[in-house]
Write a protein that binds this ligand. Sequence first.
Ligand code: ZN
Length: 431
Amino acid sequence: MNVTPLESWIVKRTGITHKSQEALRAYQLGKLCETLTYAKDKSRFYNARLNAIDVNAITSLEAFAQIPLTTSEDIKCNAYDFVCVLGHEVERIVTLNTSGTMGAEKRIFFTHQDLEATIDFFNYGMRCLVEESDSVMVLLPGPSYGSIGDLLKKALALSHIKCIVEGVLSDVDKTAQSIEEEGITCLVGIPMQILYLSKVKPEVFSKYIKKVLLSTDYVPDTLVEALSQNGQCKVFNHYGMTEMGYGGGVECECLKGYHLRENDVYFEIIDPITEKPVKDGVYGEVVFTTLNRQAMPLIRYKTGDMACFSHQPCACGTFLRTMEKVLGRIDNTLRINEHEIHLREFDEILLHFPDIVDYKLSLYTNNTLHVKLVCVNNNDSEALKKAITWRLREHLNFEFALIIDVTENEHSIKMTNSMIKRTIDNLGNKG
Ligand SMILES: [Zn+2]
């Protein structure tokens, strides 16, 4: 196993002289204090929020963990109050689709330097999986300036790696044709879409695709198994979100969790109830602070994602810590008859069936669960319904009514064609 390429990159960018956790934490503490001072000085939001905080008193990471958290709601309500630079210095504004109050949109701002920092991370992060002989296709938003596709293409160009930004999957035939024509060996995209492509075009997938990098959503184990069938394809996971500057961490060859972009982002994991840091190996909510962001630094931002730090060093031999794969959104649960079930439980049951490429769940007030399945072929939908009913009843061992529908595959792309993470439809109270 090769040591993650992120290690030498982080050592270089941080200037630490010892490859140790202590040296890296000392660098991060210094950067955290710089960020606090900068944000307090430049952003209206943090000027008010951190008013009572004496930055000189932050002499340890424990002291930093006492600083108030920032939430998604804070950004929705005050996006422009977060901005630390002048209007003309902002090179890209990303508006994220949010549910809830009309007019309260979540906007994330980047300067040129912020975007360059992301390109730098992508350049070294992609070296975890690709080399010069590879050809990469990006099935993520692009190619407009500053989009994730544009930044990845620029990053790969620095390593002389061919990259085609196809954009979010919309025409499977066209995409499969491009894979063949361009000799694509590596796909970067949204888990459910890559799964869809592999099930609809299995011959193209198994012939050409050797590596896959999944991003933007939680990745069920069953999906990784489906993609890596016959050992043909190696499946890497990336963790990131727009607020983080797109990139946050990527798996090394060991595929046991992400090594993190620790020169640019400081990660914590907290108990979602008490908001206190949890020990390594214990799952909690991922919280991050940006260390070098110009336009919109975020301090102790609550991601809503559930993960833990591994308590073991990675087998690749790096001194960097490992964050285990994100288990999904903390609030992505369905409450049926007083039982709480997480979206990933449905994933592991439903996506295990080879024909199923997507699904949608709705819950009605009388404890009736409606499962709408999207299949590659529905030749024998009665047998499939029977099998699913049996598996769901076995796993959800309590009373509830169940309706299962099977639909044609062409609708599935519309269901997942955005950067929004999948959610369970309507948490109760439907007609
Ligand atoms: Zn590793």
